[in-house]
Write a new protein. Structure first.
Length: 307
């Protein structure tokens, strides 16, 4: 029995005047109660209770200790009550970083709903795809696509986003339309880099049940998801990105899907935050809200692999 439980037990014994009744009230064996009080008295090096066959009364030291226990337990209960209030009505500033695509197309169009739910939270939203130092830059959480590589962060998956490979009609008119993944080596792709100078031109497809990566050439690269889509519209090369990002362009013919007979792997989207902030009510309610928002857009994660 820990110290908190011991203090609760001691106060109940004093108030009820009985080991048996106190043990019954706390749903523990009487022998456990007796042993716990003996340990408490040994730790304090003083006798707290006078015991007779009929009554249990606090000694003078026990009475003084009882009064202090009542005060301490009352303060603790007040503290827990205040935290419960904060948990249901969180307040303060929440700093979030996410790509401009997600901010503009998914999150910000619904942000008034979050404000109506949690009017005590002020949001500061920065947009980018670079890998940031959350602690040093004072960011509470980031929303990132792809497989997280930073093992020092808590990861909560929000969605699995279907992807598509596409290009502009002008690009396909000049380079031709690939009819098989093996033809990608003769094509150009727009590169993407999220940190450092390593540019990834790779396109991934599931061929004969296996995930394969194809690496076309390329002359254009960017580290911004919005710019990545614009490059495709301007004929800079093939791109592979979440379908929702280019739904309108695919419908009106400004972009054309290629190699649709082969499935692209879904792109995971996750919320990441430092371990020491994982119990922050502001972070928790925002990520819970995001989870529902992305579930509405991309479906449930019940069948998705856990992180």
């Amino acid at each position: 029995m820990d110290r908190f439980d011991s203090l609760q037990l001691f106060t109940r014994i004093v108030e009820l005047g009985s080991f048996s009744r106190a043990a019954g009230a706390l749903d523990i064996p009487r022998a456990t109660a007796t042993h716990a009080i003996k340990q408490l008295e040994a730790r304090l090096s003083t006798r707290l209770l006078d015991r007779t066959t009929r009554h249990v009364r606090p000694t003078l030291d026990g009475q003084a200790f009882y009064e202090r226990c009542v005060h301490v337990l009352s303060e603790l209960d007040d503290a827990e009550s205040s935290l419960r209030h904060v948990a249901t009505n969180p307040r303060g500033t929440l700093r979030v970083d996410m790509s401009s695509v997600h901010a503009v197309h998914i999150v910000l169009p619904r942000i008034d709903d979050f404000r109506n739910r949690y009017p005590g939270i002020d949001l500061v939203v920065s947009s980018g795809d670079r890998l940031i130092d959350l602690v040093r830059e004072g960011v509470d959480c980031v929303i990132r696509a792809g497989v997280p590589r930073d093992s020092t962060l808590v990861v909560r998956r929000l969605a699995l986003m279907p992807q598509v490979i596409c290009a502009s009609p002008e690009y396909l008119a000049y380079f031709g339309t690939p009819r098989h993944p093996d033809e990608l080596s003769a094509h150009q792709a727009v590169g993407f880099f999220s940190s450092g100078n390593t540019v990834d031109y790779g396109l991934e497809l599931i061929v004969d049940g296996e995930l394969r990566t194809f690496t076309p050439g390329g002359w254009m690269s960017t580290n911004d998801a919005e710019s990545y889509g614009v490059c495709a519209l301007r004929g800079c090369g093939l791109v592979q990105l979440p379908r929702y990002h280019v739904d309108d362009q695919l419908r009106d013919g400004r972009l054309i899907e290629v190699l649709g007979e082969w499935a692209s792997p879904d792109m995971p989207l996750s919320a990441l935050y430092p371990y020491h902030r994982q119990l922050s009510p502001r972070v928790r309610v925002f990520i819970d809200w995001l989870g529902k928002l992305y579930e509405e857009r991309f479906g449930s994660l019940v069948a998705a692999p856990s992180m």
